[in-house]
Design a protein around this ligand. Structure first.
Ligand SMILES: *Cc1c(COP(=O)(O)O)cnc(C)c1O
Length: 225
């Protein structure tokens, strides 16, 4: 794996205003260091304890992104080191993020994960459910949780048109939410979409953050973890 070359190749293929998040889940500290030494500062993890442990060992100027399904009982482990939680998918989870963030006296930035793939076992809000949450007084009272955009995952498919229309749909949801709920929130501007197999399509559809793992670090071997 030539991490330096992989990073350079991806950077050449994404727009300057798109943030590259190197998804380092299951990968060892040494490989993260290699990417770090090439200048990469944003890394994504999907397990709370793995993120906590890696954050402890690695340089403090790394921005950590949580990208997986987050259980409420694990929130406390990531709050001290997290830069952005991409995968907020329930009011219950928001309440816990609010509670833990206030305990640690910080504001935690979050993205609303929206289900755009309509596949089974994908997480995320549907739009109707999300609007109900955003209208609750509970949500409106949050002080330590800040919503700065949306996140979505495309279907696993060879059909590029399907992927394209799912990403276009997320962009459309973003615009609608911005207008209806976040018009006064200048921080609401992020659209996290695009992975190793579909990031060029995502960028064409307006992505501001891509989450790329295997195209940087190679395939993941879950059996060794
Ligand atoms: C693992 C993962 C990625 C990166 O996947 P690759 O296909 O390896 O780029 C991106 N987003 C989420 C939510 C993930 O779980």
């Amino acid at each position: 794996m030539d991490i330096e070359n992989n990073l350079r190749h991806i950077k050449e293929n994404i727009l300057d205003n798109v943030k590259l998040i190197a998804v380092s889940k299951t990968k060892p500290i040494e490989l993260i260091y290699q990417a770090y030494n090439c200048g990469q500062r944003d890394f994504g993890e999907n397990k709370a304890l793995e993120l906590r442990d890696k954050a402890e060992l690695l340089p403090k100027d790394i921005q950590w992104h949580f990208i997986g399904h987050l259980q409420t009982n694990k929130v406390k482990y990531i709050i001290p080191s997290i830069s952005l939680i991409h995968s907020v998918d329930s009011l219950k989870l928001m309440k816990e993020i609010e509670k833990q963030s206030s305990k640690f006296n910080k504001t935690t930035s979050c993205l609303l994960q929206i289900d755009i793939a309509n596949e089974e076992n994908k997480f995320g809000f549907d739009l109707k459910e999300l609007k109900e949450v955003l209208n609750t007084t509970k949500f409106k009272g949050f002080k330590n949780l800040k919503i700065i955009g949306v996140m979505g995952m495309g279907s696993i498919t060879e059909d590029k048109n399907k992927t394209k229309s799912e990403f276009a749909q997320l962009k459309d949801y973003f615009n609608k939410l911005k207008q209806e709920f976040f018009a006064d929130n200048n921080d609401f501007k992020e659209i996290s979409m695009g992975m190793s197999e579909d990031y060029p399509i995502a960028i064409n559809e307006g992505s501001t953050m891509v989450r790329i793992g295997s195209k940087i670090f190679g395939e993941r071997d879950y059996n060794n973890n």
